[in-house]
Design a protein around this ligand. Structure first.
Ligand code: MGD
Ligand code: MGD
Ligand code: MO
Length: 922
């Protein structure tokens, strides 16, 4: 990732939808565009006014303009007359003029001349018959023929990158691509080089595009008006062949970007960001935008597989389902309902998760169901519920953007949630939001922080208590709020006596002065917000970390009041929030009624027409332990690659080998599928119908853009088919019917339906009423705790489970890199492999020197649990004594290293702290 220089504030301080200022569309100024009167916002331009009056880009081109960017006013193709002067519409405020002349012969003539001048510098192919660029459209409308493009060309191409193609001859140096990269993506990878007519876009690093800082968000391709920048699936002239457009929600991370999928003859031509997407607003990242090549990978599963004589063989669906049904029945007959368990999928839809938990509870009679939230943000769910009442973030992302101070703890959104990360970066660079980052590594937003706290991994609780200590001792707390709306202050105050900055410095390694500076930024802000990630949760004391972090928001009265924007986890998978919301958890039903609560069981049981088992089921680590102990006889895994992503992978493999029946629903022969007894081929997010819930609790629709490959079926259809093979009917035959039924079980979702989402786009929960909007901001009146009060927590700091010693002297942190996704089953089957070819071990040059390791050299990493081989990457992003790696290439064996220590409250693995030693690889 590129750090990028801090830049001056953009003149477009109130970009559309940023939540501050008047949007150009808000009614304030009246203006007549060729006699058509429109109302626009005070800061709207004449171009905005013309567009509002229905004047499109063909009539009034604006070749250097993009709504997402600050206006440049350099190309002169949007000339209009206002107040007696000829002006560039894109940079002239509408507020100054009562009327504007656009379509007159004179104005059209001026614009034609400006366009002809630009076109004269381009070769004929810029305007070839099928050219579908913005420029070609303008030329057609203005009557500029292909003969106007007569330059010889010859400046060459850059085809080095898998997703971005540059034809230098078509570049008009409008700067839009440079603007997207800087202002929207925040990567600053591009520049304009050369002089005069020879000016052309190029990576700032020089050299080929593939070696640049580009993170392939696609913004440059998206904005290019000429076809100089294109993507392989959609070259200049490619749009004509597009046969369908489908609006859907991205199936990678939890940001929930709205995407438009363009298809041609049943294949994806391109995936474009939706300009009206509530979270992404016309932006996307390398995964959602480009990483769809896995769809047609030759090893995509298209037929069911059954293990016979130790080998997986292709069989019919009937044979596979028969084996599943017989195996499940035998398991229950031999060991009772508790002998079967399911791991549901945070990659799958709400409706699929709903259906699987219903089958487990109603047909098989067990609460043994869990999902990867266990490995991820289960401490958030537990901690936020205990502190505030509900297991989700407290505010909408738009609100977080209005904060004047951001505390970003243990999250690297620049790589893991790039669209959100870019929005946060923009907030810091353009709007001056103060930034405190708590992360041992100097990556992503940490480079732009006012204060960067670098705690030793596993010491968050001490760190957050240290911040709270300073808030308390320096009087930066909201006493009125604490009196009226919170409980637990006296106990916390006693505990915090023990966390003065000097002691916290000793525990965490963070200098006392930095701690005080950070506390003052957060403590004195008017609207502070906390955003956090796995660096807080994936620890032995992850839930304590979440609660200690929530304390800060409560102490400041910055939650549930509008005077600050609470505490917001950047949930990970596309639908991890939803999988839990739907009750794919061992202790809660859809909508978080507890299985131990008779009223919640009655309510669900009444809708399902069957009793609900009351004993909480097993969590994922307990399922593996039970399998190894021989008491779990069937494990059904829908879309989780446990052999690659669960910790202490050797022990996971033992568990699957010991379990008599392992069923795996997958797209690919993953590490897990290869150990299963029955493998069922399923459809991906681009081929299915339903909904996802994103990280700020928004339900959004998922719609199929493609037909399933071969005999693959949706998870929804597979679960129904298994139920049928067991002789049961789950009801709700369609995803829409499933969400409607869930709305009857769960008051939290009672107002939601596919119909409503189709009409409204995105609706956040809680949403108890079909006629009222969902609650984007929580707790305005009271907290959702039993007594309505926020609960300050006072857990003491306890050290992590893994500690370095003489034999394992280094601390390894694991996490993410931008180009790959979790176990990489999907992204490794796309062009992303060219962007990041393998797992690397980041280590400080001082540690590298001590071990005699050069950059790029193979390095063997050993922990108390396993051994992995990676390539060394020398960097001072990590401090001496720590190393970092991702887990996107299962072959490297990273998760054989991680331990079985888990959060004491939720069993979330301690992925962030493993003691290791290094040796030179062969
Ligand atoms: N490109 C990409 N995007 C993804 C994913 C992916 O695999 N690839 N996965 C998705 C998923 S499932 C998830 S859950 C999210 C995760 O998104 P994040 O939570 O942002 O991801 P991580 O990189 O695991 O961890 C975040 C940071 O925690 C820091 N950290 C480690 N230990 C500590 C500590 O003790 N204290 C503090 N304060 N910080 C610490 C690490 O240095 C790291 O920078 O990303 C989602 N998005
Ligand atoms: N060392 C280390 N390990 C970690 C973490 C870490 O920070 N460090 N983070 C943990 C976290 S936060 C998480 S969330 C887990 C993620 O762990 P997993 O959920 O195991 O990760 P994925 O690679 O997303 O695996 C999902 C699998 O589902 C398949 N799939 C995709 N879409 C669908 C679908 O619609 N239906 C079905 N049936 N299958 C589908 C994919 O091919 C893929 O194999 O990893 C955890 N593991
Ligand atoms: Mo996750």
């Amino acid at each position: 990732m590129s750090p990028g220089p801090p830049r001056a504030k953009s003149p477009r301080a109130a970009a559309p939808g940023t939540g501050s200022g008047t949007a150009p569309g808000a009614a304030a100024v009246k203006i007549a565009v060729d006699g058509v009167v429109v109302q626009v916002g005070e800061d709207a331009s004449l171009l905005d006014a013309a567009r509002a009056a229905g004047v499109g880009p063909a009539t009034l081109p604006a070749l250097c303009h993009d709504d997402r960017l600050s206006p440049a006013g350099s190309c002169r193709t949007c000339l209009v007359r206002a107040g007696g002067h000829v002006v560039a519409a894109c940079v002239t405020p509408a507020a100054g003029g009562a009327s504007v002349e656009v379509a007159s012969g004179e104005m059209t003539g001026l614009r034609r001349e400006a366009v002809e001048l630009i076109v004269a510098g381009l070769p004929p192919r810029a305007l070839a018959g099928d050219a579908d660029s913005e420029l070609a459209g303008a030329c057609r409308a203005l009557g500029v023929g292909p003969e106007a493009a007569r330059a010889p060309g010859g400046r060459g191409r850059d085809d080095s990158h898998p997703y971005v193609r540059l034809d230098r001859d078509l570049c008009i140096a409008c700067g839009r691509c440079v603007g997207m990269c800087a202002e929207v993506q925040g990567t600053f990878a591009l520049t304009l080089t050369g002089r005069g007519a020879a000016t052309v876009v190029a990576p700032g690093t020089g050299g080929p595009w593939i070696d640049s800082d580009c993170v392939a968000c696609g913004g440059c391709v998206d904005t290019c008006p000429t076809g100089a920048l294109t993507e392989p699936g959609l070259p200049l002239g490619g749009r004509a062949a597009v046969t369908a457009r489908t609006r859907t929600t991205c199936g990678y991370c939890g940001v929930g970007c709205s995407l438009e999928v363009l298809t041609r003859d049943g294949e994806v031509a391109a995936v474009l960001p939706d300009r009206n997407g509530p979270v992404n607003r016309g932006h996307a990242c390398v995964k959602g935008r480009f990483a769809h090549g896995f769809l047609r990978s030759p090893d995509r599963l298209t037929r069911p597989l059954l293990r016979r004589d130790g080998r997986l063989e292709e069989v019919t669906w009937a044979e596979a389902l028969d084996r599943v049904a017989r195996g499940l029945r035998a398991a229950v007959a031999g060991g009772g309902p508790g002998a079967v368990a399911a791991i549901s999928s945070a990659r799958a839809t709400n409706e699929e998760n709903y259906l699987l938990q219903k089958l487990m509870r109603v047909v098989l009679g067990t609460n043994n169901i869990d999902n990867c939230s266990r490995l991820c943000h289960s401490p958030s769910a537990a901690g936020l519920t205990a502190s505030l009442g509900l297991p989700g973030g407290t505010d909408a992302f738009e609100d977080v953007e209005r904060a004047d101070c951001l505390l970003l703890a243990g999250a690297n959104p620049a790589e893991a949630h790039p669209v959100a990360g870019a929005r946060l970066l923009r907030q810091v660079l353009e709007r001056g939001t103060r930034l405190v980052v708590a992360d041992p590594r100097t990556v992503g937003l940490a480079r732009h922080a006012d204060v960067h706290l670098r705690p030793r991994p596993g010491t968050n609780v001490a760190l957050f208590h240290g911040l709270a200590h300073v808030l308390l001792t320096e009087g930066m707390i909201d006493e009125e709020f604490l009196r009226r709306r919170a409980a637990g202050l006296p106990e916390l105050a006693v505990l915090l006596d023990g966390y003065p900055p000097e002691r916290v410095a000793a525990l965490t390694g963070v200098p006392a002065a930095d701690l005080v500076a950070a506390a003052r930024l957060y403590g004195r802000a008017e609207r502070p917000a906390i955003v956090y990630g796995l660096g807080v949760t994936e620890h032995l004391h992850g839930t304590d970390g979440v609660r200690a972090l929530a304390n800060l928001a409560i102490l400041r009265g910055a939650v549930g009041t509008g005077r600050g924007f609470g505490i917001n986890p950047l949930r990970g998978q596309n639908n991890v929030q939803g999988a839990s919301d739907m009750g794919a958890l061992p202790d809660t039903l859809p909508g978080y009624g507890r299985v131990t609560d008779p009223a919640a069981r009655r309510r669900a049981g009444a809708v399902w027409g069957a009793p609900v088992p009351e004993r909480p089921g097993m969590r994922i680590p307990e399922m593996f332990a039970a399998a190894r102990a021989g008491t779990l006889r069937a494990l059904w895994i829908m879309g989780e690659n446990v052999c690659a992503t669960d910790p202490d992978a050797g022990r996971v493999a033992e568990a699957l080998d010991a379990c008599p029946l392992v069923i795996c629903q997958e797209l690919f022969p993953s590490e897990t599928a290869r150990r299963a007894d029955v493998v069922l081929p399923v459809t991906s997010w681009l081929e299915k119908d339903g909904t996802f819930v994103n990280f700020d609790r928004r339900f959004q629709r998922v719609r199929p853009a493609l037909d399933p490959p071969g005999e693959a079926m949706s998870d929804f259809a597979v679960i129904h088919a298994v139920a049928a093979a067991l002789g049961a009917d789950l009801g709700c035959p369609t995803p829409a019917a499933a969400l409607a039924e869930c709305a009857r079980v769960a008051p939290l979702f009672a107002g939601l339906s596919h119909e409503r989402l189709d009409a409204e786009g995105a609706v956040p929960w809680p949403c108890p009423d079909p006629a009222a909007p969902g609650e984007a901001r929580l707790y305005r009146e009271r907290f959702a705790t039993p007594d309505g009060l926020a609960r300050l927590a006072a857990p003491p700091y306890l050290p992590p489970g893994e500690t370095p010693d003489d034999r394992y002297p280094l601390v390894m942190v694991t996490g993410r890199r931008w180009a790959h996704y979790n176990s990489g089953t999907m992204t490794r089957r796309t062009g992303n492999l060219l962007l990041d070819p393998g797992d690397r071990l980041d280590l400080h040059p001082a540690d590298a020197a001590r071990h005699g390791l050069a950059d790029g050299a193979p390095v063997v990493v050993e922990s108390r649990h396993g051994r992995a081989t990676l390539l060394a990457r020398l960097t001072d992003e990590v401090p001496p004594g720590q190393v970092f790696c991702a887990f996107h290439f299962p072959g490297s064996g990273v998760n054989t290293l991680t331990s079985d220590h888990t959060d004491t409250v939720t069993s979330c693995p301690e992925y962030k702290v493993t003691a290791v030693r290094l040796a030179r690889g062969g």
